[in-house]
Design a protein around this ligand. Structure first.
Ligand SMILES: N[C@@H](CCC(=O)N[C@@H](CS)C(=O)NCC(=O)O)C(=O)O
Length: 219
């Protein structure tokens, strides 16, 4: 059985959406980040970084336990997307392109958009005038950088028939979607400057398995 330790954040939703898209059975273990359950010793044994999502696949011998959303996505695709409906196999001509977009998301996109969310929504306001100046500088910088990343995605969708890789739903769409869905936390939720990204977001939002995946763990 697949045991998923997670929370309905952008990184957590990538996994519940893929599990629902693949129609897999799994047990969901809700991790309360506000109560810092992810820093409790039992959780740190599963993932010393103290971050969700974490997966434990007890159907394998030995049991597989690991973290990092993109690793989990690639694992689930390799093990359970048997007919390769939503992913390309390692010997497919589009595999490298798929890997490139997964890495682009993990290394270039997500860390920058996350910083924007921190500045626009989650960090406390600074108290001094120098603090406010520095804060605004960083907030503007991360907004500009995130806007550039949204341009990249918008262009890709425009020139690739509304998909990131190939011509149908792929694990790349699944990992990027929760971040675009939560773009409101960075003040960019309307997507007014990115028509293709907006169309893509509503297209995916209309898929039943995406709807189910987004509700898992939400109280
Ligand atoms: N690179 C990691 C990032 C995971 C991550 O930052 N998860 C956040 C929730 S979206 C988390 O667990 N935050 C709690 C903490 O850092 O204390 C991944 O893709 O899985």
């Amino acid at each position: 059985m697949i045991e998923l330790y997670s929370s309905p954040t952008s990184n957590g939703l990538k996994i519940t959406i893929l599990l629902e898209v693949l129609g897999l059975e799994y047990n969901y273990h809700s991790i309360d980040l506000e109560r810092k359950q992810n820093h409790e010793p039992w959780f740190l044994e599963l993932n010393p970084s103290g971050t969700i999502p974490v997966i434990k696949d007890t159907s394998k011998s030995p049991t597989k336990i690991f973290s990092e959303s993109i690793t989990i996505i690639q694992y689930l695709a390799d093990e359970y997307d048997i007919r390769r409906q939503f992913s390309y196999s390692h010997n497919h001509p589009l595999w490298l392109e798929q890997l490139q977009w997964l890495m682009w998301h993990a290394a270039s996109h997500e860390p920058i958009q996350y910083q924007l969310h921190l500045y626009k929504t989650f960090l406390p306001s600074p108290k001094t005038s120098q603090g406010i100046k520095d804060f605004d500088y960083c907030s503007d910088m991360f907004e500009n950088k995130t806007r550039q990343l949204f341009d990249v995605m918008n262009n890709r969708l425009k020139h690739n028939n509304g998909w990131f890789v190939g011509n149908c739903l792929n694990i790349v769409d699944i990992v990027i979607f929760p971040w675009i869905k939560r773009a409101y936390a960075g003040g960019l939720g309307e997507l007014d400057d990115w028509d293709e990204l907006k169309k893509w977001r509503s297209k995916l939002d209309g898929i039943d398995s995406f709807k189910r995946g987004q509700l898992i763990g939400v109280e």
